[in-house]
Design a protein around this ligand. Structure first.
Ligand SMILES: NC(=O)c1ccc[n+]([C@@H]2O[C@H](COP(=O)([O-])OP(=O)(O)OC[C@H]3O[C@@H](n4cnc5c(N)ncnc54)[C@H](OP(=O)(O)O)[C@@H]3O)[C@@H](O)[C@H]2O)c1
Length: 314
């Protein structure tokens, strides 16, 4: 039987990498992985090739390279790179190019890795949080949500995948526990006692693989998470696994926005949005549904146990 090729954008990264590994881990599954990268010679790209992926050169900024990379593929996994440039307009441009390439190549099933346009809940006139870049509340969410229409308008058979906060941010994004002036470790999460839906980044790709096996999900918006946990619960799991008392520092969102690192305002607004709309935001990321796509889905406690030696104590 001929395998269905999935062209995977961001294949050397977190989401795309998880998908490539999920496809390769299931050789009888009927799918083949085509890994897109700007540099097929990189260590990560060569590692994917060594495990059986077809590695092709493509740059989202180069429409012709994308067209070649999507050509003949059954499916396309489309993700954009907000934190590389932090420009909502650039992100929308990337999404538009991906939708157009999927359309031109005639893929049968695209997954667009997206997030909510928070302005549907918090219009720009709402003063509970500042408006950023003139027309966004949570730029890296709003830009993706606004780009949803590019896939619909191009008539691409799409599943819109609302992802969740990666717990890997505790390792790679400076969000791990920090030592305070009192010498105690604190896990900062500006969401009070509200639950944060989160996921192991690797599980996003595994869920995406589950979606490609479900053509009935074409035309649907789906959301995934591995757990819905409060900051206090996360701090308790971190304390247990790391063997250090770690408290939850529930700073207000305005304090978080003022932390000063690039994107602190965007993330402060994001956490406030997730807290203020906890019920809707969690409901849009059903754990049972996520597990049905990916039976290996990890909870926060499982993820912490598996990664405790990689979580830096700052
Ligand atoms: N961190 C979170 O909690 C979280 C949660 C939900 C959603 N997100 C979203 O996830 C997105 C990023 O996904 P990720 O974390 O999987 O990314 P990632 O790990 O940073 O990897 C992205 C990959 O994309 C490739 N790439 C970058 N620019 C490219 C371009 N112009 N053309 C082609 N490939 C390019 C790079 O590969 P090469 O160098 O090999 O080309 C890179 O390895 C962001 O938009 C972010 O907002 C993040």
């Amino acid at each position: 039987m001929e395998k269905k090729t999935i062209a995977v954008v961001g294949a050397t990264g977190a989401q795309g990498g998880g998908l490539v590994r999920a496809i390769l881990a299931d050789p009888q599954g009927g799918f083949a992985a085509r890994a897109l990268t700007r540099d097929p010679g990189s260590e990560k790209a060569r590692a994917l090739a060594a495990t059986g992926a077809e590695v092709v050169a493509a740059n989202v900024d180069d429409a012709e390279s994308l067209r070649r990379a999507f050509e003949g593929a059954y499916g396309a996994f489309c993700v954009t790179f907000f934190w590389d440039h932090m420009s909502p307009e650039t992100e929308q441009d990337e999404a538009k190019k991906l939708a157009q390439a999927a359309k031109n190549a005639g893929v049968k099933h695209a997954i667009w890795s997206t997030l909510e346009d928070t302005r549907k809940w918090v219009p720009l006139s709402d003063t509970r949080m500042p408006t950023l870049h003139g027309k966004y509340k949570v730029p890296h969410f709003d830009a993706k949500g606004e780009a949803n229409r590019f896939f619909a308008e191009a008539g691409v058979p799409t599943t819109w995948l609302n992802t969740s906060f990666y717990w890997d941010n505790l390792i790679h994004f400076g969000m791990g526990p920090k030592k305070g002036e009192d010498g105690k470790y604190a896990f900062v999460l500006p969401m009070g006692d509200k639950k944060l839906p989160g996921i192991a980044a690797e599980d996003i790709g595994r869920c995406a693989y589950g979606i490609f096996k479900r053509p009935d999900l074409i035309g649907k918006v789906v959301g995934i998470a591995g757990d819905h946990v409060t900051g206090a619960q996360m701090a308790a799991e971190l304390s247990r696994a790391l063997g250090q008392p770690i408290v939850h520092a529930a700073v207000p969102p305005e304090v978080y926005r003022g932390f000063g690192f690039p994107g602190a305002d965007d993330l402060g607004n994001m956490f406030q949005f997730k807290a203020d709309f906890e019920k809707e935001y969690c409901a849009a990321r059903d754990l049972g549904f996520s597990r049905s796509l990916n039976p290996r889905l990890q909870t926060f406690a499982q993820w912490v146990d598996a990664n405790k030696n990689r979580i830096p104590l700052g």
